[in-house]
Write a protein that binds this ligand. Structure first.
Ligand SMILES: NC(=O)c1ccc[n+]([C@@H]2O[C@H](COP(=O)([O-])OP(=O)(O)OC[C@H]3O[C@@H](n4cnc5c(N)ncnc54)[C@H](OP(=O)(O)O)[C@@H]3O)[C@@H](O)[C@H]2O)c1
Ligand SMILES: C[C@@H]1O[C@H](OP(=O)(O)OP(=O)(O)OC[C@H]2O[C@@H](n3cnc4c(=O)[nH]c(N)nc43)[C@H](O)[C@@H]2O)[C@@H](O)[C@H](O)[C@@H]1O
Length: 307
């Protein structure tokens, strides 16, 4: 790979894809290509085949997916399973057909069993039942990991799967129904503050533990996996530190400056009790997270207010 290599970032307008684009651009990569879902629907096999034939990318970063928070996943298991399998299958298949040199597949920490020991090691994959609220999404991601692993073993292809923990940052989805917890809390506290410090209602019990990684750190992990020949097929990407949803709420409340009451909606799901990543493998090779949580939330809240 060199600075003129043609790099296709699938999902380049999304939170992760746009961060990968920024990171590569900053490093002087000049030949980046992307398509919106309106320009190229990645569920359409024929359209994806034509695009690859015409563009002949050398490197592919798969940051395109149907993504959502706990409720969106729970309500549409079929959609999350089917759409994600279609998107990733088309990208992987055409990358093989057109002889792409490097392929990065992005999964998620929810691929690991709900009750796996903590922190989650890569070797715990497929050792137990999954968290039911995101089973569809997780099964799609597991099938992507397995396709990349098989290609690596059968054809010696550099296909690497990175499993990020919960991510946050600019270009996140701030829709209150379909978003993840961090953008939802930011928006809820912000709007409640503007409305005279009205109470903020959050979901579940507040007891689940979650780990959060700033998307710029995630983008650096993608660049790291492209610029180095990683020996394995699957790597966790996270900070190795978690906190409870209630602690996160108090931190965001402080940063936003909301001074009202906090309520918890017990009718909403808690999801998996804990999913802390063991990030020692990628760390031992030279990547590690650099953006502290409070600083990352402050930067993201600044971005949210401007956008
Ligand atoms: N967000 C997290 O907390 C998190 C955590 C772990 C892993 N991940 C993984 O990271 C990757 C990126 O997630 P994200 O948070 O960046 O999601 P995102 O902001 O929702 O971006 C997803 C991107 O996928 C594209 N896309 C969706 N359906 C498509 C289709 N049918 N055809 C073409 N493009 C399509 C969208 O394109 P348009 O904008 O053009 O519509 C969008 O740019 C995903 O694989 C996700 O599973 C995310
Ligand atoms: C990274 C992604 O994480 C997703 O799991 P998961 O962390 O539970 O997804 P989140 O939607 O981020 O929720 C994390 C925790 O925050 C609680 N929570 C509290 N208030 C809110 C709120 O206003 N909005 C949201 N969304 N949550 C809230 C929620 O009940 C859950 O315990 C998976 O469904 C995906 O498959 C994916 O893996």
């Amino acid at each position: 790979m060199n600075k003129a290599s043609k790099i296709y970032i699938a999902g380049h307008r999304g939170m992760v894809g746009s961060a990968v684009w920024r990171a590569l651009e900053q490093l002087g990569y000049t030949n980046l290509i992307g398509r919106t879902s309106t320009e190229l629907d990645l569920r359409n096999q024929e359209a994806v085949a034509q695009f690859f034939k015409k563009e002949q990318p050398e490197i592919v970063v798969d940051a395109a997916a149907r993504v959502g928070g706990i409720l969106a996943n729970q309500k549409d298991q079929y959609g999350f399973l089917m759409e994600n399998m279609r998107i990733q299958n088309n990208l992987i298949q055409e990358s093989v057909t057109q002889g792409v040199d490097k392929f990065i597949f992005l999964g998620s920490s929810c691929i690991y069993p709900k009750m796996a020991p903590q922190p989650l090691k890569e070797e715990y994959l497929l050792t137990g039942p999954l968290e039911p609220t995101n089973e569809g999404y997780a099964i799609a991601k597991i099938s992507g990991v397995k396709l990349c692993q098989a290609l690596r073993e059968q054809k010696g292809k550099y296909f690497v799967s990175l499993m990020p923990t919960n991510l946050y940052g600019p270009n996140d989805n701030f829709d209150l129904e379909s978003s993840h917890v961090m953008p939802a809390m930011m928006r809820k506290f912000h709007e409640a503050k503007i409305n005279g410090n009205t109470p903020v209602k959050l979901w579940g019990s507040g007891t689940p533990l979650r780990e959060f990684l700033h998307v710029d750190d995630m983008a650096k992990a993608v660049v790291f996996a492209l610029e180095n020949e990683l020996p394995g097929h699957l790597y966790n990407v996270g900070t190795g530190v978690d906190l409870s949803i209630k602690e996160l709420a108090l931190l965001i409340q402080k940063i936003v400056g909301h001074e009202g009451e906090l309520l918890w909606d017990a009718d909403k799901p808690d999801g998996t009790p804990r999913k802390l990543m063991d990030v020692s493998q990628l760390k031992s090779l030279g990547w590690e997270a650099t953006i502290p949580l409070e600083e990352g939330i402050r930067k993201t809240y600044d971005w949210f207010r401007k956008n």
